[in-house]
Ligand binder design. Structure first.
Ligand code: SF4
Length: 549
């Protein structure tokens, strides 16, 4: 049913045209009818405080950002759609003759969101509306997974990356202070850095490549020295690209007897700590199982109760090297802030450990459900050997009884190398030396058996989880997590999140939040129109498995 809103009524001619063109409605028509205005101008007032009233309403620009992702359009085509499509005009409450806006307004609006730290506002506001209308609430089940995101920069060798970094710095300085640069630069620099690295024939022999890189290193060092000369313009030293060059050169080069030398890979900072491109300094090398990439990682959480619509509740974008396990607590914190904490949270092994199992339960009353990594000790892998489950722990007495009935001799709380509290338990040397089943317990010829325990609540949670995950009911319950793969696939195939549209972490995060909002609206529209959830596809061969059937 088409109807105007009290805030910005839809012109009668637009209503009549939309009714005629779309008698059964479209997603955009439904959005207007259902939510009237998804956004309000007041929600973006802080972003416009310095420049007065904008020409185009912020609520409309915010909505256009979402519609752009739903329709998978670039900025120019989006501006054309606002000018020419009836359902867009209906959603935006515009008369049919409205001329729309110049496409650059979209980029300017995104910049305002980013500079105001408001990139999550578009996503959060829509979730708030879902909650108000009862489609989303706390409790129930949610699931999370991550996928890799490739940055726009191309993969480069070290030589290429160093050359491009210096070239980017020279280009930026040429724009800011061309006379200063010309006053000292050598003529052959124009040959070396005048064109992109792809246009050069690079040396093949390792020794020649090293010499070439050290030439680049030496040139970069000269540039940095010049920039820190007294007569150099101060503002050049504050350029982000100059700071990037400085850090990059520290990471890659050192001075030996007055000569610039290339560091060995082993002497460089870990990949997560160094930026490899001047064009996207936030992008990092990442590695997950057999996949390595340069860019980012996005974590998606969604509701997954079978009888309810599945909506994305949290989107988190990080540089590629950040481990999944670091995000679990952050996701719970964000869900709590939105009032959307689940009762059960399904994740894969990368998001769960003993500490998180306990913290999720104690702080948020969430049952974190994911396969705990198996005990890595040899005793756990060898059938019949005494892993920690064979030992009985008396937490009050701070003693452990071994399978042969001997009491431990030492109980030492300490912190491990990751700064986590643990307890080391030792048994008596003479007792273990004479033990008839010693070969099942320890391989050490010299030392008695020792155990490393987590604090009591974590140790018990770990033991319980390891036992549970061996059972068939747990496996069946855990199958619900697999559905998140479909959501990731929808985001990759339908919204192109595998490759970033923009450069930088903040812009990439905005892209993911807008994509998630678009997915949510599409899903909700399908849900209210009675389209059932897609089921997880399995191959014909896998379907023959009696356990699957
Ligand atoms: S080796 Fe030591 S700890 Fe292990 S079962 Fe024998 S006595 Fe007990």
């Amino acid at each position: 049913m088409l109807r105007p809103t009290p805030q910005t009524p839809i012109p009668e001619e637009t209503v009549a045209a939309a009714r005629g063109a779309f008698p059964n409605g479209t997603l955009f028509v439904w959005m207007r009818d259902e939510f009237e205005q998804l956004y309000q101008d007041e929600e973006f007032a802080d972003l416009y405080a310095d420049k007065g009233q904008p020409g185009w309403s912020p609520w409309r620009l915010a909505l256009v950002c979402i519609m752009q992702y739903v329709a998978d359009l670039n900025d120019r085509d989006t501006a054309d759609a606002v000018r020419g499509r009836i359902d867009w005009k209906y959603a935006l409450g515009l008369p049919l003759s409205d001329p729309g806006f110049h496409f650059s307004l979209l980029s300017e609006f995104r910049n305002r969101l980013l500079s105001g730290g408001a990139e999550s506002r578009l996503f959060d506001r829509v979730l708030g509306q879902f909650e108000e209308k009862g489609w989303l609430s706390s409790g129930g089940k949610q699931r999370t997974d991550s996928t890799h995101v490739l940055s726009t920069i191309s993969e480069r060798s070290r030589l290429e990356a160093l050359h491009e970094c210096l070239r980017a710095a020279l280009n930026c300085i040429s724009e800011q202070e061309p006379e200063w640069l010309q006053s000292w630069i050598c003529g052959d620099w124009y040959q070396r850095y005048g064109r992109a690295i792809d246009d050069y024939r690079l040396p093949k022999k390792p020794s020649e490549r090293t010499a070439y890189i050290e030439q680049i290193g030496s040139d970069g060092m000269v540039l940095l020295e010049q920039l820190w000369e007294e007569n150099a313009p101060t503002r050049l030293r504050q350029l982000p690209i100059v700071e990037h060059l400085r850090q990059y050169w520290v990471q890659h080069f050192f001075i030996d007897n007055g000569k610039v030398k290339l560091r060995k890979q082993a002497d460089m900072p870990m990949s997560g700590m160094r930026s490899d491109s001047p064009y996207d300094p936030d992008s990092r090398y990442g590695n997950k199982r057999s996949t390595t990439w340069h860019g980012y990682k996005v974590h998606v959480s969604e509701t997954c109760d079978p009888q309810k619509v599945h909506l994305i509740t949290d989107v988190r974008t990080t540089p590629a090297h950040v481990p999944d396990i670091d995000q679990t607590a952050i996701i719970h914190e964000a869900l709590e802030a939105r009032g959307l904490l689940p009762n059960e949270h399904y994740v894969d092994a990368a998001y769960v450990d003993a500490e998180l199992l306990v913290a999720a339960q104690q702080h948020y009353n969430i049952e974190l459900i994911g396969p705990i990594k198996a005990d890595p000790s040899w005793q756990a892998k060898e059938p019949g050997a005494y892993d920690s489950s064979y030992f009985s722990i008396n937490w009050d007495e701070q003693t452990v009884t071994c399978p042969q009935g001997h009491l431990s001799k030492g109980w030492t709380p300490r912190v491990d190398r990751d700064n986590n509290p643990v307890i080391t338990v030792n048994f008596s040397k003479p007792v273990c030396r004479d033990c008839p089943v010693r070969s099942l317990c320890t391989h050490s010829e010299t030392y008695p058996r020792s155990l490393t325990l987590h604090p009591q609540d974590q140790q018990e949670a770990l033991q319980h989880a390891r036992t549970q995950q061996q059972t068939q009911p747990w496996r069946e319950k855990y199958q619900i997590r697999a559905g998140i793969e479909g959501t990731i696939s929808q985001a990759v195939v339908g919204f192109g999140i595998r490759n970033t549209r923009y450069r930088g972490l903040a812009r990439t995060r905005l892209e993911h939040l807008v994509s998630a909002t678009a997915i949510n609206l599409k899903r909700l529209f399908a849900w209210v129109n009675g389209v059932p959830h897609a089921t997880t596809r399995i191959s014909r061969f896998a379907a023959l498995d009696p356990q699957v059937a």
